[in-house]
Design a protein around this ligand. Structure first.
Ligand SMILES: Cc1cc2nc3c(=O)[nH]c(=O)nc-3n(C[C@H](O)[C@H](O)[C@H](O)COP(=O)(O)OP(=O)(O)OC[C@H]3O[C@@H](n4cnc5c(N)ncnc54)[C@H](O)[C@@H]3O)c2cc1C
Length: 1005
């Protein structure tokens, strides 16, 4: 028999021993078998996935519901559409219970609380102590973790740090007399063991600047680590989502390199085997340990964020960092298990799993390498696998239980994760205790399952290889447009490229940029300087100013080019957009760097703008191919009617500075791909970016005259273009004031005008977000901050009115204010900046005037001090509370980092307030009531409504963008209807009957 076969036999043998002990364990014959609330919930959830989703969502919201009415209302709402018989039963009981809601509400609360107590060992160290003592008495060990709300402010991070230190002190004192005896005692790690989540120690982890985040975390982590050393305690850094992985590994090495901690071995970190790169990470950290002569613990887990990582990757079109098949994760876990055990001289391995196969494999592998049970340990989660823990202790292994402590609200997120894990289709616990899977299957070698699986399932699902979730491997979806991936600034290579691009550009500042008319450069007699709003003395470029004659010449050049370009086949025009996308892609860091300097965007905001420009090219190119095919209007014999489209003529593209590339590019390429020619007028403040765009159009091979570039002010060049009789199409994005005047001007027809002018007009908003009483405030606070203050509130989609329903105000606003205080105001070229300058002096003065008005009429709840030494147009994020819906600050567009908070008595009033402006662009809601979400969906009338997420950041194809009322004419940029605005529809009808005969298949189109 081969070596592998013998090992498999031994694993099976040990596995069976463990299973025997589990089955004999009278205290817990079956993990889900009890007929209590938890047992039934597990049973029903495993039977009906819809019930499971709705029930877990209800469990998640329950702790925030303050009245019995609310509890019953939410439960009924969540179960409304669930078909399972059990939900009919519960619904019936609840409907009766509505007469006296306190009774069912109390019962529900008690049961959910009891369920939470199965997985959470106490509210704090003190209340968890009896459970810890019990674990110790049963011969196991523990590690304690603190559950908490998401940390959004410095105060919350400080509080967390103090709680960790307090926990260490408490546990050291309370367990002083506890001793572990028996054969493993000689090699015993410290009894006091605390697991730390680094995200709890930092208000804002900035992906583009891990060094600053690490420094902030270190400032809180180091004292905790030193205290642990003084108390001879153990500290483990838990591993969270993938975005924090590199940062956590770096932080761990940094912490261990601190002189005070260099000789202390009782620190640990976590490796997640579901990550494709985890073996590589393990090898690297082992090398580091050897090089630096350090010893520490590695806890090997499979990973708790599998679904989340897939969702993030799919939304961002990033490579999925996790394996997509369970046997791959399991097999990788076993590979890393061996690696850790082989390196026992530098690392103490802790195998955290409830999977008997994984545990048995580790034990047998250790035995084969000559290691003893005291040379490593097993770890389990509190409440998840007591029978397995007891079986392993009985067999003489060291087992540690991971015991979370915390309040009910933060505990719910943890509870729901555990419920999901227990009911997961692929999970071991469900297979063993829920589905009674046969033991040979449970103990089979994952490597063999892997090869079986690969035979039956398409490669892209079953196997490895780096992947993105696209239509191809999401069979339930129609093929869809795949967006360009934003830059992942957690990658050091991306950060380096961005820093280099900024450096390179510094040397190119101050150059001259000409007009481009009919393919020729025109320098003009007058120039204007485009400056850096963060440092107004710095000139980004000198721009040639267009004259009336230049405008006339540019329109004439576009008209001349029209006759050829409008007849250019669709395929060629679409191909041109794809080439342009390629050029943009190749220059993405350079273009983003221009945005940082010229309009004050932070790294990620600048990158997002470039990505959107690429998306516009690719999306409109795809759409034009579809529209270019024409459409058979109806299928009737003897006649063929085809609807197709022709270009309108010459377009004037009047672009804004706030999305200096994306909107400019989107409006331009929509006009071009549909066969129009254009005169482009970028905003004065972002002219250099406009010039770069023009160069890329030329480099991508656009014939002379098809696009022409004229710089100048809106009043001069913009007005001339709009009024020009030879302009057929105007694409404008900007303020209401200018937009409405363009609308008016374009309606005037000249005698020699060819067409009625088409105006695509996208204007501003006074966007509102409603925060319901049951909102998840961890998410809402972050969503508000992004929506209101990213790019200094200068997006047309930005949040400017926050409407708080009833008592949520009291819980939300103080957290929001603290979170705003944690934002970093500074030069946008610095990677850790959250808030840069506003665009120019006019904007600065206008926003300041509104702030002064606010100070006179409302309560200034927050305006952080600006850091010293900034010379640009910086304005701190500012919040006013107690604002009436009709107040000027709540009605007029400010276009800056100013947020007003308007209280509402109930949802009716909140919706009224939300709709009560002349605008209808974006809006948002944070709520966990299905009924309230449904109401707001239908009654809050805006072009783009977002539920339980920020209200900015529309993605091409996914969130077609644009509003109505005074926000725009109802066009949707990045949507399937957009290109129709740039064309005239035509229908050609041909009678195909000849002498009474009509062919069955027509070939005319
Ligand atoms: C003591 C302890 C500490 C922990 N600390 C951490 C931590 O710091 N960070 C962290 O992320 N997790 C941590 N975990 C959680 C742990 O990741 C999960 O509990 C664990 O993944 C469950 O794995 P299992 O071996 O018990 O069960 P199994 O049922 O064998 O494995 C389930 C796991 O397999 C993976 N998986 C499921 N479906 C698929 C699929 N289709 N393709 C690929 N992989 C799949 C997932 O990781 C899933 O959690 C810890 C667990 C324990 C016991």
């Amino acid at each position: 028999m081969s070596n592998i076969a013998t090992i498999q036999l031994e694993i099976e043998q040990l596995g069976r021993e463990i299973f025997d002990l589990i089955d004999k364990d009278r205290r817990h014959p079956n993990l889900f078998g009890d007929k209590d609330f938890y047992g039934r919930l597990m049973e029903w959830s495993m039977r009906d996935p819809v019930f499971k989703t709705q029930m877990f969502r209800f469990v998640d919201v329950l702790p925030t519901l303050t009245s019995p009415d609310d509890v019953v209302k939410h439960m009924l709402e969540y179960l409304k559409d669930v078909k399972a018989p059990v939900s009919t039963l519960i619904r019936g009981a609840l409907t009766v219970g509505r007469l006296i809601p306190a009774i069912p509400a109390t019962l529900i609360r008690q049961n959910v609380l009891a369920m939470a107590n199965l997985f959470i060992s106490g509210q704090d160290g003190k209340s968890a102590l009896p459970n810890l003592r019990q674990i110790w008495k049963e011969g196991a060990r523990f590690t304690v973790d603190i559950l908490g709300e998401a940390v959004v402010s410095e105060r919350e991070a400080d509080e967390f740090a103090a709680r960790y230190s307090g926990l260490l002190d408490f546990l050291a004192e309370a367990t002083r007399a506890w001793k572990l005896e028996g054969p493993l005692a000689a090699s015993e790690p410290p009894l006091v063991n605390v697991s730390v989540k680094i995200s709890a120690l930092c208000a804002r982890v900035q992906a583009s600047d891990p060094e600053t985040s690490i420094a902030a975390i270190m400032a809180r982590m180091k004292p905790i680590a030193i205290r642990a050393k003084e108390l001879s305690a153990f500290i483990n850094l838990d591993m969270e989502h993938f975005g924090l992985k590199e940062l956590t590994l770096d932080l761990f090495k940094k912490l261990l390199s601190e002189p005070e901690l260099q000789d202390y071995p009782h620190f640990g970190l976590v490796i997640q085997a579901y990550l494709r790169g985890s073996q590589n990470d393990t090898e690297k950290i082992l090398d580091w340990a050897r090089q630096h002569g350090r010893q520490f613990t590695i806890r090997l887990v499979k990973g708790a964020y599998w679904d989340f990582e897939k969702v993030v990757a799919a939304q961002k079109t990033w490579e999925i960092p996790v394996y997509l098949s369970k046997p791959e994760t399991d097999a990788n876990y076993e590979r890393i298990t061996r690696l850790l055990l082989e390196n026992r001289n530098v690392v103490y391995p802790a195998f955290a799993s409830h999977n008997v196969r994984s545990l048995a494999q580790a034990a047998i592998c250790a035995q084969k390498l000559g290691l003893k049970p005291g040379d490593y340990e097993f770890q389990m989660l509190y409440g998840m696998a007591k029978p397995i823990r007891r079986a392993l202790v009985k067999l003489g292994y060291r087992v540690r239980e991971y015991c979370p402590v915390g309040e009910l609200v933060p505990g719910m997120a943890y509870l729901v994760r555990r419920l999901l894990e227990n009911t997961s289709n692929e999970g071991f616990l469900r297979a063993k205790f829920g589905a009674n899977t046969p033991i040979p299957e449970l103990l089979s070698d994952p490597a063999s399952r892997l090869s079986n699986r690969r035979q039956g399932v398409p490669d892209n699902i079953a196997s490895s290889g780096s992947q993105r979730l696209t239509a191809v491997n999401r069979p339930y979806q129609e093929p869809h447009f795949v967006n360009e991936a934003p830059t992942d600034f957690t990658l050091s290579s991306a950060r380096t490229r961005m820093s280099q691009a900024l450096e390179v550009l510094r040397a190119k500042l101050g150059q001259a940029y000409p007009l481009v008319i009919g393919g020729k450069q025109v320098m003009g007699s007058q120039q204007m300087a485009s400056i850096n709003p963060a440092a107004p003395k710095q000139v980004i470029g000198h721009i040639a100013l267009g004259t009336t004659l230049d405008v006339v010449n540019a329109v004439a050049a576009a008209r001349t080019a029209f006759s050829h370009w409008s007849r250019t086949p669709v395929e060629e025009r679409s191909g041109f957009l794809e080439r342009l996308a390629g050029k943009l892609r190749a220059s993405r860091y350079e273009l983003a760097a221009w945005e940082v300097f010229e309009v004050g965007k932070t790294w990620s905001e600048a990158d997002a703008d470039v990505v959107e420009a690429i998306d516009f090219c690719m999306f409109y190119s795809q759409e034009m191919r579809r529209l270019g095919r024409g459409r058979l209007t109806q299928d009737v014999p003897g006649e063929v009617s085809i609807e197709s489209y022709v270009a309108r003529g010459v377009g004037a593209i009047i672009a804004p500075w706030n999305f200096p590339l994306a909107i400019l590019c989107g409006m331009t390429v929509a006009a071009l791909v549909t066969g129009n020619t254009v005169v482009i007028k970028p905003a004065e403040q972002s002219s250099v970016i406009g010039a770069r765009f023009m160069t890329l159009l030329q480099e991508a091979g656009l014939p002379d005259g098809v696009a022409n570039l004229v710089f100048g002010t809106g009043e001069a060049v913009g007005s001339l273009l709009v009024a020009h009789p030879d302009v057929d199409l105007i694409a404008f994005t900007g303020s209401r004031e200018v937009g409405t005047s363009i609308w008016q001007m374009a309606s005037v027809t000249h005698r020699d005008q060819r067409n009625l002018k088409k105006v695509i007009c996208e204007m501003g908003g006074k966007n509102a977000m409603i925060i319901d009483t049951d909102a998840d405030l961890d998410e809402a606070v972050l969503g508000i901050i992004h929506s209101a203050f990213d790019f200094q509130g200068q997006k047309c989609s930005a949040l400017s009115r926050l409407i708080t329903v009833r008592n949520v105000h009291k819980r939300l606003v103080p957290r929001l204010i603290e979170a705003v205080a944690a934002l970093k105001i500074g030069l946008p070229e610095n990677p850790n900046t959250d808030v840069g300058p506003v665009i120019d002096q006019d904007a600065f003065k206008k926003i300041q005037r509104y702030i002064e008005l606010g100070k006179r009429e409302h309560y200034l709840a927050c305006q952080a001090q600006l850091p010293s030494g900034l010379e640009g147009y910086f304005i701190s994020p500012t919040i006013f509370t107690g604002v009436e819906s009709a107040a000027r600050l709540a009605q007029e567009e400010i276009f800056g980092p100013v947020l007003v908070v308007i209280p509402a008595n109930d949802l009716d009033q909140a919706i009224d307030i939300a709709n009560n402006t002349p605008f209808a662009l974006t809006g948002g809601l944070y709520s966990r009531s299905p009924q309230n979400i449904a109401r707001v969906r239908s009654e809050f009338l805006v072009g783009n409504l977002y539920v339980n997420r920020p209200i900015t950041g529309a993605i091409v194809g996914r969130h077609p963008f644009g509003g109505f009322k005074m926000s725009g004419g109802g066009t949707k940029a990045g949507g399937v209807d957009y290109l129709l605005n740039c064309m005239f529809p035509r229908v050609v009808t041909e009678n195909t009957v000849r002498r009474g005969f009509a062919p069955e298949t027509e070939t005319v189109w």
